[in-house]
Design a protein around this ligand. Structure first.
Ligand code: ADP
Ligand code: MG
Length: 309
C-alpha cells in the first residue's frame, strides 16, 4: 500500500481475484441450493403421490369394510326375521298338533271307547244266556271280558296321554301330579315330587307346553335312562317358576343328541327346547354317560311382580 492510502495495482488485482473467487463460490452455492430445492420438491411430490395412493387404498378398504358391515347387518336382520318366522311356525305347528291330538283323543275315547264298552256288555248279555253247566265257555267269556276291559283301559290311557282333559279341568298342578303318579306306577320308578302350586302363573298355551315337556322328559327317562329314582322340583321364585328334573340313570353324550345332530332321528329334546323357548325360557340339559341326566329351565310368570300369591 502506498503511503497516501491509495491501493497499488497489485493490491487491486488481488482483490479483484478474490472477488471473482467469492462470486464463483456464491454461484456454486446457489447451484447447490437449487439442487437441494429440487430434491426437496421431488421428495414432496413423491410423498404427495404416496400419500394419495395410501389414501386411495385406505378409502377402498374403508368402503369394503362399510359394504361388509352393511351386508352383515342385512344378514343378521334376515336371520332375526327368519327366526321370528320359525318361532311363529313352530308355535302354529304345536297348536295344530295339539288340536289334532285332541281330535284323536276324543275319537278314541268317545267312539272306540264307547264301542268297546258296548262290546263288553254284549259279551255279558250273551254269557248270561249260556247254560250254567257250560263252564269252559263261561271261563272263556270271563277271560275275553277281562281282555276287553284291559283294551278299554289302554284306550283310556292313550286318549288321556294324547290330550289330557285333566289339564283343562284341573290345571297344570293336578295334571303333573297325575302324570308323575302314572309314570311311577307304570315303570316302578321312585319319584320324589316337590312342587309349588304354580297353576295361575301361566297362560293356557304355556301350561300345555309345560305339560308336554314333562311328558317327554318322563317318556325319555322310561325309554332311555334305566333310572331307579327321579327327583322333580317345581319352585316359584321372584319372576319365574323354576323346573328341575333329575334322574339317576345312565345319562348320555349330549354332543350326540339330535338337537345338535339332526341326522339322529329323535325330535323329543328339540321339541322340548322349542316349547320352553316359546314359553320364554331356556332349557338346559346336563348329562354325562353313567352320571344321570338333569333337565332345568325357568319360565317367566305371566303375573307381574307382586301379583298372585
Ligand atoms: N333321561 C335320559 N337318560 C338317558 N338318555 C337320554 C335321556 N333323555 C334323552 N336321552 C338320549 O337322548 C336321545 C334323544 O332324545 P329324544 O330327542 O327325546 O329322542 P328319542 O326319545 O325319540 O330317541 C335319546 O335317544 C337318548 O339317547
Ligand atoms: Mg324322546
Amino acid at each position: 500500500m502506498k503511503e497516501d492510502g491509495n491501493k497499488t495495482k497489485e493490491q487491486l488485482i488481488r482483490e479483484m481475484d478474490e472477488l471473482r473467487a467469492w462470486k464463483r463460490k456464491q454461484e456454486a452455492l446457489e447451484e447447490r441450493r437449487k439442487k437441494i430445492d429440487e430434491t426437496v420438491q421431488k421428495a414432496f411430490d413423491d410423498l404427495e403421490i404416496l400419500t394419495g395412493e395410501r389414501t386411495a387404498i385406505l378409502q377402498k378398504a374403508n368402503e369394503k369394510l362399510m359394504r361388509e358391515i352393511q351386508e352383515r347387518e342385512r344378514v343378521e336382520e334376515a336371520l332375526r326375521e327368519s327366526e321370528t318366522q320359525l318361532r311363529l311356525l313352530s308355535s302354529q305347528l304345536f297348536n295344530a298338533q295339539e288340536k289334532e291330538r285332541q281330535r284323536l283323543s276324543k275319537e278314541l275315547h268317545d267312539q272306540l271307547g264307547h264301542d268297546l264298552v258296548l262290546l263288553k256288555s254284549r259279551l255279558r248279555a250273551i254269557e248270561r244266556k249260556l247254560p250254567r253247566e257250560q263252564t269252559t265257555l263261561h271261563g272263556d267269556f270271563d277271560e275275553t271280558s277281562r281282555y276287553v276291559e284291559q283294551i278299554i283301559e289302554n284306550v283310556r290311557r292313550i286318549a288321556a296321554d294324547l290330550s289330557p282333559s285333566i289339564l283343562e279341568d284341573l290345571g297344570l298342578f293336578a295334571s303333573l301330579r297325575w302324570l308323575v303318579e302314572n309314570f311311577s306306577k307304570q315303570h316302578a320308578i321312585n319319584v320324589n315330587l316337590d312342587m309349588d302350586d304354580v297353576d295361575h302363573y301361566f297362560s293356557q298355551e304355556t301350561r300345555v307346553n309345560l305339560f308336554r315337556v314333562f311328558q317327554e322328559t318322563l317318556t325319555n327317562i322310561s325309554k332311555h335312562a334305566r333310572a331307579t329314582s327321579v327327583s322333580i322340583v317345581v319352585k316359584r321364585k321372584k319372576d319365574v317358576v323354576s323346573f328341575h328334573v333329575t334322574d339317576d340313570g345312565r345319562g348320555f353324550n349330549p354332543g350326540r343328541s339330535p338337537v345338535r345332530d339332526p341326522a339322529l332321528k329323535g325330535m323329543g329334546l328339540a321339541a322340548m327346547k322349542e316349547r320352553v323357548h316359546l314359553s320364554g325360557g331356556t332349557l338346559e340339559v346336563r348329562t354325562r354317560p353313567g352320571k344321570g341326566t338333569s333337565i332345568r329351565f325357568d319360565i317367566p310368570t305371566a303375573i307381574p311382580r307382586g301379583g298372585g300369591k
